[in-house]
Design a protein around this ligand. Structure first.
Ligand code: NAP
Length: 487
């Protein structure tokens, strides 16, 4: 994949300096957005010897650019650009100038550009647009706002249809949800991918900086991500991307916010974009299971999948949450074998905790707001269930909150009466934001050893990273990135 840096500097001198830096930092092409300057410059001599391919763009305001002058001046300026080393001229789909371009710019390659800043249309419409553009241009370009994972599949389908044609094209998915289309531009058959020189200088939403694109290299490296209902609060991308960067490994972690009716599109998306795997989070850890090709023994035991590995075109589900719990216990130096543990909650986190504790030899008791669910989980695990009001009367060595109570956005309430705590107990909260919940504060008051859900989160991520890359990540870097993302 070739990388084109879009330059949006306000002055000619700044644009020239940015073009030189882009070249020095490895860009294959630069696009100078002359419409971002107060007026088109009258002299372009400095660009003659930049040494890489250059695109001149003077996009009219009506087409989403910043140029407000007339067509005659625009035509004259772009001809001057063509004479000063700009071998590619970008013109808008449907414009009169595009139709005349081969005559007006006989020695330049023409890029025809189509932008939809709102949505992604059906793939046949994308194919029709790019086919129409290629009648007038050497490179047919279309950029669409990606709003859903379905849009990612639509773009991949359009690219597949176009792969049979000879023409050159660039397909871009704009916005944060479309970032993967920039990194995996090769998979969409794009001639090049647009990037910005540095963060904060994006010419379009979702553009990555050149240094990141260079690190990812051709094909984007190890492509991973997280699938969930609402991912605004997910910290996984911060942790995984920090690990990729720290190791200097080409790889990127994306957020795939997915509606329930889109879950069956994940496999074709994973295959089209070459995903190595993905995490699964609330509310799909169970719903994803029937859609996978296989489950490993841990996923079968926990009855929830938080990690998928793509192997030979197959989606294999596993669960690394239980590993996160085991590591939390190990790092706290707690002896679990033969000890009595109380879990509050009967959802996915409780299943992971129960599986980990049973695996290390603890006796597990479950209590939950909905008693029936606690009973079912206990029966399945060979443990006990106890009503929430009776649970504090029990004697437990380990107590773990597996409900979201206390987490940012949820009531800061105790999931159980504080009488359950006593000195020397090990008390864990799966919640990590905030780091100290009322639950942990009350346990500390009684002299318990406490841990929040931070280690669980970091180590479930580390295990997934290892499954995808074959290498163990720097967990201190991941933890730092997690903490940084919470402030
Ligand atoms: P889940 O499957 O939806 O289960 C939620 C559990 O919490 C259920 O037992 C539910 O009881 C109970 N609950 C929810 N709201 C409650 C309330 N207001 N009062 C009392 N009980 C309530 O969710 P999950 O996947 O287990 O996640 C639970 C928490 O664990 C979340 O905060 C999640 O972020 C956290 N988590 C942390 C990690 C980590 O790595 N640190 C990993 C996974 C999950 P009912 O059965 O009565 O509905």
């Amino acid at each position: 994949m070739r990388t084109c840096v879009s330059i949006i500097e306000p002055s000619l001198a700044a644009a020239l300096s940015a073009a030189k830096r882009a070249k020095d930092q490895g860009a294959d092409l630069v696009e100078v957005r002359f419409d971002m300057m107060s007026s088109p410059p009258s002299d372009l001599r400095g660009f003659d010897d930049i040494g890489i391919e250059m695109i001149a763009t003077l996009r009219p305001a009506l087409q989403g650019g910043g140029y407000t002058g007339n067509e005659q001046t625009r035509r004259a300026f772009l001809r001057m650009a063509a004479e000063h080393g700009f071998g590619l001229i970008d013109l808008e789909d449907g414009s009169v100038l595009l139709r005349e371009a081969r005559k007006v710019f006989p020695r330049s390659r023409i890029i025809a550009s189509h932008h939809d800043y709102e949505s992604t249309p059906p793939s046949r419409e994308i194919v029709a647009t790019l086919t129409r553009e290629s009648e007038w241009a050497d490179v047919a370009k279309a950029a669409y706002k990606v709003n859903t994972v379905t849009d990612l599949l639509v773009l991949a389908e359009a690219a597949k249809s176009l792969s049979a044609t000879k023409g050159s094209h660039v397909i871009v998915g704009m916005g944060a949800a479309g970032e993967i289309t920039r990194v995996c531009a090769d998979r969409l058959g794009s001639e090049f991918s647009y990037a910005c020189l540095e963060k904060g200088k994006e010419a379009a939403p979702g553009q990555l900086d050149l240094a990141t694109m260079m690190r990812l290299g051709r094909g984007g490296g190890t492509i991973t991500g997280v699938v969930g209902g609402s991912l605004r609060h997910s910290r996984s991308a911060a942790m995984h991307n920090a690990a990729f960067e720290a190791l200097g490994l080409p790889g990127r972690y994306f957020k795939f916010e997915t509606r329930k009716d889109e879950l069956n599109k994940l496999k074709p998306i994973a295959l089209a974009y070459g995903l190595r795997g993905f995490n699964v989070t609330i509310p799909y850890k169970e719903e994803i299971m029937p859609l996978l090709d296989s489950l490993d023994a841990v996923a079968e035991r926990v009855k929830a999948v938080n990690t998928v590995v793509v192997e030979d075109g197959m989606l294999r589900g596993t669960n690394t949450d239980a590993f996160g719990v085991e590591k939390t216990i190990e790092l706290a130096g707690v002896e679990v074998r033969g000890k009595k543990a109380l879990l509050i909650g009967a959802g996915g986190a409780a299943r992971a905790c129960a599986s980990a504790l049973k695996g290390i030899g603890a006796d597990v008791t479950i209590t939950n707001r909905t008693a029936g669910k606690a009973k079912r989980l206990a029966e399945e695990l060979g443990g006990e269930a106890v009503p929430l009001r009776d649970a504090p009367k029990g004697e437990y060595d380990i107590v773990i909150n597996c409900t979201p109570l206390g987490m940012v956005g949820f009531p800061d309430e105790m999931p159980i009466a504080p009488e359950v705590f006593r000195e020397g107990q090990f008390v864990m909260d799966v919640v990590y934001n905030p780091p100290r919940t009322k639950f942990l504060a009350e346990a500390e008051k009684k002299g318990a050893v406490t841990r929040n859900g931070e280690d669980m989160l970091v180590f479930q991520a580390a295990k997934a990273f290892e499954l995808w890359t074959g290498g163990w990540p720097p967990t201190d870097v991941m933890k730092e990135a997690l903490r940084g993302s919470l402030t």
